[in-house]
Structure formats: C-alpha cells, structure tokens
Design a protein around this ligand. Structure first.
Ligand SMILES: *Cc1c(COP(=O)(O)O)cnc(C)c1O
Length: 393
C-alpha cells in the first residue's frame, strides 16, 4: 500500500458501530466483568481505545514494533531520556531543539546523565565523541532553524558499532518525508504538534521504537510516569495525519519556490533549505528524504535584530509565531524568540545570527506567499529610506 492510501486506511472502521471516524473514548476507566476481566482496557492512563488507534498508526507509519502518544513532544523526548541510567552519556547534534537541550541540561544533568554536542553532519566528529558510556546518538535532521542534514544510515552504523542506539527526532521531516527506522535508527521521536497534527491546534508527541523490547520499556515508562495524550487530542492528531502527504507535498513545493526566490534577492545574504543544490548536504537530504519540508530560513544582508524585527512584523500571510508544520504559514526571529535563552556565541556558531529569519510555509498558494515576502522587503526598504525614519540628531 502506498503512503497516501495508508494514511487513510491504516485506521480501522470502528468494529462495534461501523463509525468511519474514530470514536473519541472520553473516559477515565472501563467497567470490568470481574476483577481483571475486561475488554482489553482498564484505565485510560494505561491504555485508551482512541489512543491505541493513533499509537498503532504511528508504529505503522514509522515501521516500528510499537508507537506511543504523549502529551507533548517534550514528554516524548522525556520518556526516551528515561531509558538512561545515571552515568550514561549521549552524543547529540549541536543545534538540538532548545527544549531538548533544557531538559538534558536543566533536569537530567543533576541525575548524572551527560550530553556532549557535536556537529553530526560530520560523522568523524561523532565517532571521536563516543565513549564506552555512550548509550544514544541523538539526531535531528533537518535541524532547527538552519536545516543542517546528518546521514542517518551512516550514523546508525557508527552507533551500532559502539553498542549505542540511534535516536532520531524526526519532527522536521515527518514519517512521510523520512523513514529513520528503515535507514537503521532504533527510536524515532516526534513533536506531533508540528507536521503530524498539522493544523496548529494541538500539543502532542510520539515515540516509535524499532525493537519490541525497547517498545515495551517505553510503554512501561509511559504508564509509570503518565504523560499520555488525551482522547480528543489523539483524535485531532489522527484526523490531521490523514492529510499529511497532501499537506507536506504542497508545503515542500511552496518552500522550494520561496527558497529559490529568496536566493535571487539582493536583500538576502544566505538561504538555508535542504532542497536547494547550494545546501552543503543537499545530496544526503535528497538520498534520505522524500520531501524537503516547509521550513526555510534566510539571513538578511547586513541585517541586525531591528531589520529582522521590521521584516517579521511586515508580512501579512506569514503570521509571527513560534512553531511550524501547520497549514498556515508562520515566521519567527529565532535570535529573540526560539533561541533567546541560548548564549550569543553558541547560537551564532550554530548560524542563528541576528539577521536570521525562519519561515514555515503552509499550504496557501505559493505565489501569494512570495508576494507577501516581496511586500515585506519593499516596506522594509521604504522604512530605511524614508527621511522620517532617519535620526538627524
Ligand atoms: C517543537 C519540537 C519539540 C517539542 O515538541 P512540543 O510538542 O512543543 O513539546 C521537540 N523537537 C523538535 C525538533 C521540535 O520542533
């Protein structure tokens, strides 16, 4: 079955009623015939029929032995970190999602979990950083916001040669854009808030494990620590996933058109998009991704925070907001928004300079999106050349 069909038909028709839409089992508990004799469900933290449909769908989409739905992407990340013990080490991509950095540094460091950051787009750096205590190599590819690409298959081999697991946060690609388990990864994580749910209306997370034993351990942690996704949010996520490929197709087309257009603008110093042949790892992206996704970032030529702020407050269709992957286009200024707590030298080394702007292209008409960016550049130029804006003192 092709993906676009799987997205629709992997979800079963409700056996009890024939309902074509998944029923929302908004219940905390399930009546039992006798103690321990039930219909497969006893308490909704442990298992819930609506959540089970989503979890089975996630496992199928990523090709894992088990899928698990969490109350946020970070709750999903947290469940995976809890596989570790004190003294264990993680080698991670250096421009890791800020919330994942905060979780490791601010919560788990004091429990004796050590994380080392390297540029995972250079596999030799990963091999150098591994010690006998390394349990995970932790990737995001593409990364946020400069869309750095790492070679999943190559890093899976390096991880396995050292008895470590390869964990891939696949949020920026989605299961339709990239299949980490097929490429050798052991655990896949999603912020389902982004592409999976796709409509900027739910906070949700997912973990998919390739191996049944790892899946059983994640299931144990999910029940033991309790950060489950509620039935209605599971339903919203299932409903979003039905259109994932259609959305991703349009978002990727829009992003490529926008990226190519930006590359031709004199106001733009640099464009980051894995679908551009100018991207340093375009060949690896093309090898491991079916779609390049909707996120593009660019640097305003000689741009400072004021120039970037002018730009992000001048667009009309691109709304100024954090997050990505939804049907509506969004933009943000990472230096003062998503990365404001990252020290300047660290973020600048990762390419998050003051003039950098991140776009998340939605499913609108691509020409309209380009027109919107065009008028923002024109407005910005007028501001700079308008005598009223020159400080004569
Ligand atoms: C948003 C995001 C997360 C966190 O997900 P939430 O749903 O916001 O908790 C984790 N990883 C990546 C790559 C993200 O973009």
């Amino acid at each position: 079955m092709k993906n676009s069909t799987l997205l629709i038909h992997a979800v079963p028709v409700d056996a009890a009623t024939g309902s074509i839409s998944v029923p929302i089992h908004q219940t905390s508990t399930f009546v039992q015939d006798a103690p321990g004799v039930n219909k497969g469900f006893d308490y909704s933290r442990s298992n819930n029929p609506t959540r089970k449909v989503l979890e089975d769908l996630l496992a199928q989409l990523e090709g894992g032995a088990g899928g698990f739905a969490f109350s946020s992407g970070l709750a999903a990340v947290d469940a995976v970190v809890k596989l570790l013990s004190s003294g264990d080490e993680v080698v991670a991509v250096d421009d890791i999602y800020g919330g994942t950095f905060r979780l490791y540094a601010g919560v788990y460091e004091k429990f004796g979990v050590k994380i080392t950051f390297v540029d995972t787009s250079k596999p030799e750096k990963v091999a150098e950083a591994i010690t006998e205590r390394t349990k995970f190599i932790w990737l995001e590819t593409p990364t946020n916001p400069t869309l750095k690409i790492s070679d999943i298959a190559l890093l899976a081999d390096i991880a396995h040669a050292h008895d470590a697991l390869l964990v891939v946060d696949n949020t920026f690609a989605s299961p339709i854009g990239q299949q980490p388990i097929a490429l050798g990864a052991d655990i896949v994580i999603h912020s389902a808030t982004k592409y999976l749910a796709g409509h900027s209306d739910v906070i949700a997370g997912a973990v998919i494990a390739k191996d049944p034993e790892v899946a059983a351990r994640i299931k144990y942690i999910q029940n033991a620590t309790g950060a489950v996704l509620g039935p209605f949010d599971c339903w919203l996520t299932i409903r979003g996933i039905e259109t994932l490929e259609l959305r991703l197709q349009r978002q990727s087309e829009n992003a490529l058109a926008v990226a190519q257009w930006l590359e031709g603008r004199e106001e733009v110093e640099r464009v980051h998009f894995p679908g551009l042949s100018s991207h340093p790892n375009h060949a690896i992206a093309a090898k491991q991704q079916a779609y390049f996704g909707g996120v593009v970032s660019f640097v305003i030529r000689n741009g400072n925070t004021d120039d970037a702020t002018d730009f992000v407050t001048s667009t009309k269709l691109f709304k100024l907001a954090e997050s990505l992957g939804g049907v509506k286009s969004l933009l943000c200024h990472p230096a003062t928004m998503t990365h404001k707590s990252t020290p300047r030298d660290v973020r600048e080394a990762a390419g998050v300079v003051d003039g950098l702007i991140r776009l998340s292209c939605g499913i609108e008409n691509g020409d309209d999106l380009i027109d919107d960016l065009d008028q923002a550049f024109v407005r910005q130029r007028k501001k700079v050349t308008n005598p009223a804006n020159i400080n004569w003192k």
